[in-house]
Write a protein of this length. Structure first.
Length: 385
């Protein structure tokens, strides 16, 4: 299958503007007070341009029997490792392992706050010394559009072992302190046979707890697992995602197709009738399933690499709804949200999130995007501040 790619258009200005620094979630929800759990975050719900405020624990009551949640099972790696280039300390962010054994990595400079700052990439031939006498040699940029990430050839040992022994989760400056790797694992994470995974947590699933999953199942909501190993995000430049490894299993493809067939295919509005909806948990799940759809509209078992970037121009062919976090105004992920919901709906939701003082980033609040309610529906919602 030939993947469709796209990049954010120049001057794509967001109506909601800059997100205040104080709205960055600095610690996980369960660390904000006694008796709290991961699901103690807020949930903004969009039905088209209609917005309602809920708590994440209400999610099972907001979905319906027959809905299908597509969940990413990729585990989060301890992908940050201290190293040295000559006499200078660096932090290596391991992004993606290539088919040839090389790794896409980003070199960053440590700062005085325990986090990192951007560093000029390259040049080719740069050698990085890692713990355990493992070395990396930078070979070439991952992409012609940026020299931030480089393909690096390892020697002297397996980087997966280095991550397991010396790595820590990637942490950005808006967070308060280092966290154990367990904080960055979702309830859906499964270890991969080759020891690889995501450089950064597939964070849309973080608020799910075993209790939430059990209640969803008891209400007739089903799950379709996929895998997409996320690479290192572009914290400063907000670049579109690079190619990532993904897999859509046969059983999940069949589940997705069955839900869509029950309501007559994607041409039938999911908000009408009793058919279930395909709801992706995170932008990674959207990228995976939309990469596995054929020209006939059917999802098929598929694995490999995807360079798909979902934009409003490309649209979505499988996904009816999306549960995700809140993204910065420059983030390319917002184009995916617009592909699912439309520009007006996204702008309306983000204006409400800012006015309601929702929290951003991987430890922040959640946003559930569903198809518009049918005309004359009765709406029930509650407000949680």
């Amino acid at each position: 299958m030939r993947a469709v790619t796209g990049v954010p258009a120049a001057g794509h200005v967001r109506a909601f503007g800059k997100v205040p620094a104080e709205l960055s979630a600095r610690v996980p929800a369960e660390q904000r007070g006694p008796g709290l759990d991961r699901d103690c975050v807020r949930l903004l719900v969009s039905h088209g341009t209609e917005v309602a405020h809920h708590g994440f624990a209400e999610l099972p009551r907001l979905l319906r029997a027959g809905d299908l949640l597509v969940v990413n099972t990729s585990p989060t790696l301890a992908a940050a490792v201290d190293g040295r280039v000559g006499d200078a300390p660096v932090v290596v962010h391991f992004s993606t392992r290539g088919d040839d054994g090389r790794w896409a990595v980003e070199l960053r400079d440590p700062d005085e706050r325990g986090t990192t700052r951007a560093r000029a990439g390259g040049p080719a031939g740069t050698e990085v010394r890692l713990p355990g006498d493992v070395r990396l040699v930078l070979r070439e940029p991952l992409s012609g559009r940026s020299d931030r990430l480089w393909w690096a050839a390892p020697s002297g040992g397996d980087p997966v072992d280095v991550l397991g022994r010396h790595g820590r989760p990637i942490r950005y400056s808006y967070t308060e302190r280092d966290q154990p790797l367990s904080v960055y694992q979702t309830v859906f994470a499964l270890p991969s046979a080759e020891g690889t995974g995501s450089a950064e947590m597939p964070s849309a699933a973080r608020p799910f707890t075993a209790r939430t999953v059990a209640e969803l199942v008891s209400r007739g909501v089903r799950f379709a697992p996929i895998t997409l190993h996320t690479g290192v995000a572009s914290a400063e430049a907000h670049e579109p995602p690079y190619p990532e490894r993904f897999a859509v299993p046969e059983a999940s493809a069949r589940l997705i197709n069955a839900v869509r067939a029950d309501r007559g295919g994607r041409g039938t509005p999911a908000g009408k009738g009793g058919g279930g909806r395909v709801i992706a948990i995170g932008t990674t799940a959207v990228r995976a399933v939309e990469s596995a759809v054929g020209s006939d509209g059917a999802v098929r078992a598929r694995e490999g690499w995807t360079d798909l970037v979902v934009t409003p121009e490309r649209g979505v062919r499988v996904v009816d709804g999306l549960l995700t976090g809140l993204h910065e105004p420059e983030a390319s992920h917002l184009l995916m949200l617009e592909a699912v919901a439309g520009r007006a709906a996204v702008d309306r939701a983000y204006a409400a999130a800012l006015a309601g003082r929702y929290l951003w980033h991987e430890f922040g609040d959640a946003h559930l995007i569903l198809p518009p309610n049918p005309p004359h529906a009765v709406h029930c919602s509650s407000n949680h501040e």
